[in-house]
Design a protein around this ligand. Structure first.
Ligand code: UDX
Length: 429
């Protein structure tokens, strides 16, 4: 099949590369010349394990074609995916301006029959607007059906999530569109959820919000465990063994971040409000998430008292391990709060420092965890990078001014850290 992706962010680039790898011809349309030129040479703008290899392989095989032009890719394509960003507006809604803009350009270039499917997370109701734009802008004789095929990939494991998903959700307005999309997804062995557009979109929001809810629940249990003297990790392990609950997405930490959970929770609250349903449960999920970030700073104050002039070293900046993504990373809020209290912050992250330095000013970026420890009054772990699991803590303790550590990801065992001479605080332990 010939397909086109508009947008080469995480979702666009990964899914395009995977479909090309299945043998399809895949065009990827971007709007920045420099980025497209880089992609043509196999230089990808994000860090994602395995992605560069699969992009290079398929560019070489001429199955993956990066371009700035809507011609001839759109007219040749059976299926066109919209995979552009939908950031949050000031009011918490999803910003649809790019989706609507590209819909018009797609429409103008349609020829014969095509399916236009959105991968971007858009609120139910957007379909009618996009459909109208496609209908109004397309040339006479062109025929178009609209569909939603939401993406559930996680950063850091994006390729395996795309090739081995738990389910494929296809929300299409006609049988013809549905059949074409089912055919495209045939190489992926996963259960299909075939439904209408609105349902498909709500599945995406409802899934992300539920996972965010699980994390906020784990963070609440962690907070309560600290007061009760319980071990939150055991409590959560204990509840996760109940198959009805499941053991995933129950790790307490500095709160969820990234490009999806914060944005999608906010958008679902806003969608609900627009439909006269105050989704107070999700408002609380968001509140607890913000508290989880502030709680790290509260712990720092508990250990150090007044933070003015104190040297605090941060291990990990990305919103989770195996990515260089800083979008809505807990580290941003936490470092800002520490700096507002007058702390001097240094930091190390194996992948995210370049991007972090654009959003976090006045941070002393170091070359490894050991340099961060030099003269520090406190170390705070914010990202669960594997390389932080096996550090030489004797060396670190020697370098630190005071051996205080807040383990925001529960990477270490409290008893072992105490035995090594650290004043250790985990989350919920
Ligand atoms: C998420 C969804 O998982 C994915 O299905 C969707 O398509 C996009 O959004 P992603 O943002 O890449 O994926 O990361 P994910 O692994 O889900 O983690 C999101 C945030 O939750 C991270 O900040 C992570 O650290 C945090 N998290 C996750 C926890 O704090 N505890 C957990 O138990 C799991």
């Amino acid at each position: 099949m010939i397909i086109t992706f508009i947008g080469h962010g995480y979702v666009g680039l990964v899914t395009a590369a995977v479909f090309a790898d299945f043998g399809n011809t895949v065009y990827v349309i971007g709007h920045t010349k420099e980025k497209i030129e880089n992609l043509k040479r196999g230089i990808i703008p994000i860090y994602e394990p395995g992605l560069e290899e699969i992009v290079r392989k398929n560019v070489k095989a001429k199955r993956l074609i990066f371009t700035l032009d809507y011609k001839p890719s759109i007219s040749e394509s059976d299926i066109i995916f919209i995979a552009v960003g939908t950031p949050t507006t000031k009011t918490g809604d999803a910003d649809l301006s790019t989706v609507l803009e590209v819909a018009e350009k797609i429409g103008q270039n349609l020829e014969g029959y095509s399916v236009v499917a959105t991968k971007s997370t858009v609120p139910a109701g957007t379909n009618k607007r996009v459909k109208r734009i496609l209908e109004e802008s397309k040339p006479k004789g062109a025929e178009v059906d609209y569909a939603s095929v939401p993406e559930f990939l996680r950063e850091g494991s994006a390729i395996s999530d795309t090739t081995n998903p738990d389910r494929i959700v296809i929300g299409a307005e006609s049988k013809r569109a549905q059949e074409l999309l089912v055919k495209l997804h045939e190489p992926i062995k996963a259960p299909l959820v075939l439904t209408n557009f609105e349902t498909a979109e709500l599945i995406k929001y409802a899934a992300n919000a539920f996972l965010a809810l699980k994390i906020s629940y784990a963070n609440s249990i962690a907070k309560l465990s600290e007061s009760l003297g319980a071990d939150a990790l055991k409590v959560l392990e204990g509840i996760g063994m109940d198959k009805r609950i499941g053991n995933m997405f129950l790790s307490p930490g500095p709160g969820y971040g990234g490009s999806c959970f914060p944005k999608d929770v906010r958008a679902l609250i806003s969608i609900a409000k627009d439909n006269d349903y105050p989704f107070s449960l999700l408002e609380e999920v968001e509140n607890i998430n913000n508290q989880s970030r502030r709680d790290i700073v509260r712990k720092a104050r508990k250990i150090l008292g007044d933070l003015r002039g104190k040297k605090i070293g941060i291990l990990g900046l990305a919103f989770k391990a195996n990515t260089d993504d800083m979008r809505d990373a807990p580290a941003i809020d936490i470092i800002n709060l520490l700096q507002n209290d007058g702390a001097k912050v240094s930091a190390f992250d194996p992948k995210a420092m370049d991007i972090a330095s654009k959003v976090l000013k006045n941070v002393d970026y170091k070359k490894d965890a050991y340099e961060v420890s030099d003269g520090a009054d406190l170390l705070i772990v914010l990202t669960e990078w594997n390389e932080f699991r096996e550090l030489n803590f004797l060396n670190i303790k020697d370098r630190m001014e005071k051996p205080n550590i807040i383990d925001g990801r529960n990477l270490y065992e409290p008893e072992e850290m105490k035995a090594k001479g650290f004043n250790y605080m985990g989350i919920g332990r």
